[in-house]
Ligand binder design. Structure first.
Ligand SMILES: Cc1ncc(COP(=O)(O)O)c(C=O)c1O
Length: 368
């Protein structure tokens, strides 16, 4: 019998940490309190009470917020509004594979700048800029980055902003993991440091559930108004039912409780994963996460992660190859998502991954 599948591949929460009852109750309240608003087409800027709630959280005017069907849709609208084929865009290396794909599909000239454990290498970015690069946008995932799990330091937030102001580019702060810090101190968003240079995106996928498909953008009012027009011609309006449910979930205090549940599980899962990796794969290099969903593993130079992927898959263990998150290289790296696996599954999954690693190492070793 094939072994039970254990997936470290998807950046999604497991069902046991989704507040299904809370969502059902929020849905009931949404239909009872606002049947007209929930069932109508609504407006392209999103369900107005949720838009206002989000604006209040960020201390901005609601005119600076648009609520979308997931933050991927927010990203797509932003790129549609700002990026023309050939435009230069800076991204972190490695970065979220879907953003990379969207930008490349749009014909952007994507420039990767190395990501360090305290965030993008700002000195390297400065060298790129001084050498003549003139990006329109820098895409930055500041907290518990996907795929690396790293967080941009306070000092680098200031330096990045100074570079953006001096060289006239927009920082796209893509921030779905901010509230999922289970260790250490929260850092201020770059948006809160400069509302003109920064466009901010976030999502309820990681704190409530991804199936609800609610995300949002905060940006300068004129840009948000342009994006609202694109949204109207794309889908008239986003799903009002989902957004009204999220609104009820937020105002009732269920969101805060859900975040606590998710954080407690992530903390335990991250610790279990780090310990299992140290025990089973002592050559693996990684940084213990302080929040978020992901852990980035560097295996010894020359390790064939593509072969490891196949050997692990034959044992029912899935992960994403590091090479999916870069334009080239990262062939000895992998991303492990610990959000969707229980501690027991993590223990078992890493044991099987270590077996797969031994098999690949034996095949790859030069003949004696
Ligand atoms: C950095 C980043 N941005 C955006 C998204 C997409 O989120 P959503 O489910 O809101 O579309 C993800 C999901 O993994 C992500 O990691």
């Amino acid at each position: 019998m094939a072994p039970k599948s254990i997936s470290f591949a998807r950046g999604a929460p497991s069902l046991d940490i989704v507040d299904v009852d809370g969502l059902r109750e929020a849905a009931e309240r949404a239909f009872i309190t606002d049947p007209g608003g929930v069932t109508a087409y609504g407006t392209s800027i999103g369900y107005p009470p949720l838009r206002e709630w989000i604006a209040e959280q960020h201390g901005v005017d609601p005119g600076r917020v648009i609520v979308t069907n997931g933050s991927m849709q927010a990203d797509a609208f932003l790129f549609d509004a700002l990026i023309e084929p050939g435009d230069s865009v800076v991204v972190e290396r490695p970065t979220y594979d879907r953003t990379l794909l969207s930008l490349r599909t749009l014909g952007a000239d994507v420039r990767m700048v190395e990501l360090e454990p305290d965030g993008i290498d700002v000195a390297a970015l400065e060298r790129v800029l001084v050498a003549g690069a003139s990006p329109k946008l820098a895409h930055i995932i500041p907290n518990f980055q996907n795929p690396a799990g790293y967080t941009l330091s306070a000092d680098k937030r200031e330096r990045l902003l100074a570079l953006a102001r001096a060289h006239g580019f927009t920082i796209f702060e893509d921030d779905p993991y901010w509230s999922l810090r289970f260790e250490g101190e929260h850092l201020p968003s770059i948006l809160s440091m400069d509302g003109e240079t920064v466009v901010y995106a976030s999502s309820f996928s990681k704190t409530v559930c991804p199936g609800i498909r609610v995300g949002y953008l905060v940006g300068p009012e004129d840009l948000i108004a342009r994006i609202a027009k694109i949204a109207t011609s794309t889908y008239i309006s986003p799903g009002m039912v989902a957004q009204a449910i999220v609104h009820q979930f937020c105002v009732s205090g269920a969101l805060e409780r859900s975040i606590e549940t998710v954080k407690a599980a992530l903390s335990e899962r991250a610790r279990t994963l780090s310990e299992a990796l140290r025990r089973e794969l002592p050559d693996a290099r990684f940084i213990d996460p302080q929040g978020g969903y992901f852990l980035w593993v560097e295996l010894p130079r020359g390790t064939n992660v593509a072969a490891l992927f196949d050997a692990a898959a034959s044992r029912g263990v899935l992960f994403v190859k590091g090479s999916d998150f870069v334009l080239e290289g990262a062939d000895d790296c992998l991303r492990l998502a610990y959000s969707g696996v229980t501690p027991d599954e993590i223990e078992e999954g890493i044991k099987r991954l270590a077996e797969a690693h031994s098999e690949v190492a034996a095949v790859g070793a030069p003949a004696a």
